[in-house]
Each structure stands twice: as structure tokens, then as C-alpha cells.
Write a protein that binds this ligand. Structure first.
Ligand code: KG4
Ligand code: ZN
Length: 363
């Protein structure tokens, strides 16, 4: 039997420093994620300069821990992969440069991975592990803090962009709304937990009709509608109460509920309902346009959202819908290793001069 291939992957495109070792495409030997949430939380969003500094601090211990947990020596690796884009320039640079130095020192090949392709591969990997592989062509909806992109993903790892956001990403909308209302950063998880306590039809939001490509998304109008609602209601006392709560610790759902009146819960529920509805309407529309689509992949940080997961199972899209498990929905390095394997088999290696590409497109 041929030797099993092992790949060490590094992810540092935004505010998570992550490393993972995968063996033979499906066996996860280790996965380490060091999050910077506490660093950026007080600023209400990711601060690029702080992110690269934190990556510099974490990269060596995170990679060392991934190698130790995997029980693999440098000589036991067949390739090293890193996210080369899209993402924050200074953050990408840390992970990619470290991967290059490993490739240089050990003589193994370097593989450059697109972060969005990584999110798609989180699902391909897990479905393979479950013995229920994703069938292609697949629709892939990648929804995160930086992306809201809809692709056709083909079996040969080629992609066609069907639609994308023209302004804010879905996760960015969650984060901005949460910040506006004093819930801190990141906004998705807290809105997700509070939305079931409100009425999703309590506030009516209408999204503008898309001119041009109807598979494109836009969330900035919704964000502005939330802002207008907040301006029309005096929320300053409750926002201050939430900010005070946030300064001392990570509040529980019960604590948030004590400082969040019914009307604001209705606002959160209605906002989430509108985002989820918009995402699934596009997926449905794309499935009708793309004849022969066999499955729908939904991945990226926002795919953790329980409202989205519940709605997707009832949306009658007519395709099997696959989500990654929550730990592989947000940024991690397992997905980068998973996306690197097909490239490894195709001997698609990157030169040591490969540059970080903050605006790298997948298709
Ligand atoms: O994929 P990810 O970790 O990083 C990027 O590539 O951007 O996604 C982070 C985003 C943040 O905007 C965060 O608010 C959102 O994912 N998010 C959620 C949930 N968990 C994380 N959004 C909605 N519901 C959630 N449960
Ligand atoms: Zn991501």
C-alpha cells in the first residue's frame, strides 16, 4: 500500500491563527485554533494591525501544538499548505511566510489555498467522513464576516461565481447590527441566541430588488433600516446597560435578556429572519437556474446560525443541503488542509516567492 500523505495547513487570513495536520484527505490528526476575539471585542470589529501582531505571537506555538497533537515529525510531512487569500494583508503574510519557511527548511512543497475554497472543502471533507459524499456539480453558498458568495462547484475543483454581495457580507451585517445595539463583537452568535426570544415578523424589512445579476446580494440597506429603527426608538439606556454588562464579562443569554426589551428582541429576530430568507431565496433561485445541480453546500461563519440551519431544512430547495459542523464553520485550518489535498495530488505547488493576495478571487 502506498504511504499515506500528510499535510500541515496554516490559516491566518483574519482573526484566527489555526494549524491542522490531515492524513490521506479525511483523517484529522490535529486541529488547533487560537481566536483573537478578546483582543478585537472591545473595538467592535477586527483591527488589522492588532490581528497581524496577534498572529505573530501565536503562529509558532499554534503550529507546534498541531504537530505535537498529531504526533508527526517534520520529516513525516509531505506538504505544507497556507491560506494565500483573500483576507487581511498583514494577517495572511504571517501564516504564508511561516509556511514558506517550513517548506524551505524541510524541502517539502508549499501549497497556496484560497480561503473560500477552504470553507467549501470543510463540507466536502465531513461528508466524505460521514460516508455520504457531496455530489457535483454543487451550489456553494459561502457566508462569513468577509464573504457572501454563491458558486457552482464542480467535481474537478473548478468554480464559477454565480452571485456575490455588492456591499456588506452577511456576517458583517450581523456584526454591525450587534455593535450598533451594544452587543459587542462578533454579532452573529449573540443575535442567533437572542432571535428565538423575539417575533421574526415583529419588524417588517423589505430588501431592494437587485438590478442586473439577481443572484447578487446586498445587505447594506437592511443595516440602514435597522439604524433608522434604532434612531426612531430611544434605546440609549438599554444600549448603555448592555455595554456595561459587556465590560465586565461574557454575558449569558439570561443576562442579555434582562437588559433587552421585547421590542429589541423583535428587531433582532426580524433582522435575522430577513438575512436568512434572503440567503435561502438566492439558493433556491440558483438551484432553479443551474440545471443539474446535485447538492447545496452552505459554509462559513454565518452557517453556524441555527435559524439558517432550521430554515434550510424546510426551504424545499429540492437538493440535499450540507452544513459543516460548527467547529469547521468558522475559520480553521482543517478546511485549508482539505482543500490542499486535491492540489497535492495534482502536484499544484506554489513557488516560495508566492505572495499573499488580499483580494484573491476563487473564480
Ligand atoms: O468564517 P468566519 O469565521 O470568518 C470569515 O471568514 O469572515 O466568519 C465569521 C463571521 C462573523 O461575522 C460572525 O458574526 C459570523 O461569522 N457568525 C455568525 C454565527 N457565528 C459566527 N453569524 C450568524 N450566526 C452565528 N451563529
Ligand atoms: Zn472564513
Amino acid at each position: 500500500m502506498a504511504e499515506l500523505a500528510r499535510i500541515l495547513a496554516i490559516e491566518s487570513s483574519c482573526d484566527e491563527t489555526a494549524a491542522a495536520v490531515l492524513e490521506d484527505e479525511t483523517r484529522v490528526l490535529s486541529s488547533v485554533v487560537s481566536s483573537q476575539l478578546d483582543v478585537h471585542g472591545k473595538y467592535g470589529g477586527v483591527v488589522p494591525e492588532l490581528a497581524s501582531r496577534e498572529h505573530l505571537r501565536s503562529i509558532v506555538p499554534v503550529v507546534r501544538e498541531a504537530m505535537e497533537l498529531a504526533g508527526v515529525a517534520w520529516s513525516g510531512l509531505d506538504a505544507v499548505a497556507a491560506t494565500s487569500g483573500p483576507g487581511l494583508a498583514g494577517s495572511l503574510l504571517v501564516g504564508l511566510t511561516y509556511a514558506k519557511s517550513i517548506a524551505f527548511a524541510t524541502g517539502i512543497p508549499l501549497i497556496a489555498v484560497n480561503h473560500i475554497e477552504g470553507h467549501i472543502h470543510a463540507v466536502i471533507l465531513e461528508q466524505r467522513q460521514r460516508g455520504n459524499p457531496v455530489e457535483f456539480p454543487a451550489l456553494a453558498l459561502i457566508v462569513s464576516g468577509g464573504h457572501t458568495h454563491l458558486y457552482e462547484a464542480r467535481a474537478d475543483a473548478t468554480y464559477r461565481l454565480l452571485g456575490r454581495t455588492r456591499d456588506d457580507a452577511a456576517g458583517e451585517a450581523f456584526d454591525k447590527v450587534a455593535k450598533l445595539l451594544g452587543f459587542g463583537y462578533p454579532g452573529g452568535p449573540v443575535i442567533d441566541k437572542l432571535a428565538p426570544h423575539g417575533n421574526p415578523h415583529g419588524v417588517k424589512f423589505t430588501l431592494a430588488k437587485m438590478k442586473g445579476n439577481t443572484l447578487d446580494f446586498s445587505f447594506s440597506g437592511l443595516k440602514t433600516a435597522v439604524l433608522r429603527w434604532v434612531e426612531a426608538h430611544d434605546l440609549s439606556a438599554e444600549i448603555e446597560a448592555r455595554k456595561t454588562l459587556l465590560r465586565s464579562h461574557h454575558p449569558s443569554v439570561e443576562e442579555w435578556l434582562e437588559v433587552t426589551p421585547r421590542a429589541t428582541l423583535d428587531l433582532l429576530a426580524s433582522f435575522q429572519f430577513t438575512v436568512v430568507d434572503e440567503l435561502l431565496r438566492h439558493a433556491l433561485h440558483a438551484s432553479e437556474q443551474l440545471e443539474g445541480a446535485r447538492s447545496l453546500i452552505i459554509s462559513g461563519g454565518v452557517s453556524c446560525n441555527s435559524g439558517l440551519r432550521a430554515a434550510a431544512t424546510h426551504a424545499q430547495i429540492g437538493l440535499p443541503v450540507y452544513f459543516p459542523s460548527p467547529s469547521l464553520s468558522t475559520d480553521n485550518a482543517v478546511m485549508i488542509a482539505a482543500a490542499a489535498f486535491p492540489k497535492f495530488h495534482r502536484r499544484e505547488f506554489a513557488p516560495l516567492s508566492a505572495a499573499a493576495e488580499p483580494n484573491l478571487a476563487l473564480a
